[in-house]
Design a protein around this ligand. Structure first.
Ligand code: CA
Length: 236
């Protein structure tokens, strides 16, 4: 069954180009031109991925992203027109999975789409593997932080910390390499996959999110520390 992609873009030519190229790749595509229509379409049929423009008439991409995040688990790639939007896009408040700055090439867009869909599929496979036989929970504990690998659940002082799939994957990767200096490139390759077309900023952004969720003082991190010369080390 082909994956269903919702395209939210109000510029007719770009919308048409996106639809054409995605369909050519075999995806099922629905395109809408404003935020309200995007919510309606996503509620009618949960997409496997959303391509979401920010500047939209009425409800903008930021609002749509926040609402979708609350209602469903779906990877969201935002299309930004301005550099100053990026910080909000990748910030906790909005929490997109990835972003592309206009203008972008179709080749790059398709690579990002593929990477996001593949990651979702891997998460699903992991869930299927884990769910059937489940009596002994495998839990990694670091002080008040616990990572339940069976349930894919992270808690701080026993309280569940909601993490997005990539944040969880990154945290588990850190936990499995406690005390080791990990370069951004190595993290990108191992957590996001060798064919992921992103830059090391992706890693920085996710580390920032994890710190905000897991550190007592995110500005002065004790768990995930920055190592001079380009990497991070998980201290536990
Ligand atoms: Ca627009």
């Amino acid at each position: 069954m082909s994956e269903f992609i919702l395209v939210v873009e109000d510029e007719p030519i770009l919308q048409e180009t996106l639809v054409y190229n995605l369909k050519k790749q075999g995806y099922e595509v629905k395109a809408v031109g404003d935020g309200r229509a995007a919510l309606e379409a996503a509620r009618a049929r949960t997409p496997d991925l959303v391509l979401l423009d920010i500047m939209l008439p009425g409800l903008d991409g930021f609002e749509v992203c926040k609402i979708l995040r609350k209602e469903m688990t779906v990877p969201i790639i935002m299309l930004t027109a301005r550099d100053d939007e990026i910080d909000r896009v990748v910030g906790l408040e909005v929490g997109a999975d990835d972003y592309l700055t206009k203008p972008f090439s179709m080749r790059e867009l398709l690579a990002r789409v593929k990477a996001q869909l593949r990651r979702t599929e891997l998460v699903r496979q992991e869930l299927r593997k884990v769910q059937p036989a489940e009596t002994a929970h495998k839990v990694l504990t670091f002080g008040n932080l616990a990572i339940d690998l069976t349930r894919r659940e992270v808690t701080l002082d026993g309280v569940i910390v909601p993490l997005k799939p990539q944040e969880y994957e990154l945290l588990v990767f850190f936990a499995e390499h406690k005390g080791q200096m990990l370069s951004r490139e190595f993290i990108l390759e191992r957590v996001w996959g060798w064919d992921y077309i992103g830059d090391s900023r992706t890693v920085d952004v996710h580390v920032r999110w994890l710190r905000q969720k897991l550190e007592a003082d995110p500005a002065n991190p004790q768990r995930i520390v920055t190592v001079r010369g380009g990497g991070y080390r998980f201290e536990g």
